[in-house]
Design a protein around this ligand. Structure first.
Ligand code: SF4
Length: 297
């Protein structure tokens, strides 16, 4: 599929009003994402650009234009106690990053300012930046979330056609763990009738244990009505009756029924207990460069 990369000038890169995953501030180096996950909630944001939430979200990508000085100014205004999250509305390591290097420049800036940072990605391209990640991890400044919702390679290809296979993501986790970089597994969204089966969830938790993920974060499906309609249409092309079963779990406001939430949450509690895994872990902490212990003689 042909991709079009458009430069995007922005007044500010850091968003301090985001409610995502309890992070204080978010930064997204791109708009649109060629990983093309069919369930992606960020698709709706393409409509604000008068583009469609389907193919155009996957193929018309915006690369934010920023100078080191601008980024540094914004970071200097962000209190050091605030954790920055990268990867909440676009994958910071989607293929475009291999040439654009926006994510790497953000990591370099954070290395210099000392802010805590949380990275969420589905891509092994993150391994390219191990040199910086190791420094951030040694200082306690970093947590990485690798996202994976199914162990089924074919289903993964249908739901997330532009992403790396589950195997490649587990290998990336292995590499990060081997270097003592805190890495958690992110299983979200759990998709009714498609990825919420006990066998799939059990396999994910078991693999997280084997690969020594620090914890497993899970998240139920969350859709806007427009995204639910889009995703339902896609699922219908794969299996119409399973798509209808999926749809039956939502009310007219695109919210999951309470009974479904309760059942799935109970299953997740059982899995956390069975594998002795936590649903969250210690967050990144700021690195106070100028208050490190002084040499004593
Ligand atoms: S990788 Fe993340 S941002 Fe990209 S399409 Fe998938 S869910 Fe959306």
């Amino acid at each position: 599929m042909t991709r079009e990369i458009r430069p995007m000038h922005v007044k500010s890169l850091i968003n301090q009003n985001s409610a995502h995953y309890d992070f204080d501030a978010t930064i997204n180096p791109y708009r649109g994402c060629s990983h093309a996950c069919k369930y992606c909630y960020a698709r709706d944001s393409h409509a604000y650009l008068e583009l469609d939430i389907g193919t155009e979200f996957e193929t018309i990508l915006f690369s934010k234009i920023f100078s080191r000085a601008q980024l540094r100014r914004e970071l200097d205004r962000l209190p050091l106690s605030k954790v920055l999250a990268i990867g909440t509305a676009t994958d910071p390591y989607q293929p475009l990053e291999s040439k654009a290097l926006n994510t790497r420049r953000i990591l370099e800036a954070v290395r210099d300012t000392g802010h805590g940072i949380s990275i969420t990605t589905k891509s092994p391209l993150i391994l390219r930046d191990l040199d910086i990640l190791k420094i951030l991890a040694e200082r306690g400044q970093l947590v990485v979330h690798i996202s994976l919702i199914t162990m089924d390679r074919d289903l993964c290809r249908h739901l997330e056609p532009g992403t790396a296979s589950p195997d490649r993501r587990w290998k990336a986790i292995d590499r990060l763990v081997a270097l003592n970089i805190p890495v958690a597994l992110l299983c979200a969204p759990l998709i009714p009738e498609w990825t919420d089966q006990w066998e799939n969830l059990d396999a994910l938790f078991q693999a997280a244990t084997i690969h020594q993920a620090s914890w497993v974060m899970t998240g139920l499906s969350h859709f806007t009505p427009s995204m639910l309609a889009y995703f339902f249409k896609h699922l219908s092309t794969l299996d119409a009756s399973r798509a209808k079963a999926f749809q039956s779990h939502f009310n007219e406001r695109a919210e999951l029924h309470v009974e479904y939430r309760q059942t799935l949450n109970a299953q997740l509690r059982t899995l956390y207990a069975r594998y002795q895994l936590q649903s969250s872990g210690p967050g990144p902490v700021p690195f106070h460069q100028f208050t490190q212990p002084q040499w004593t003689f």
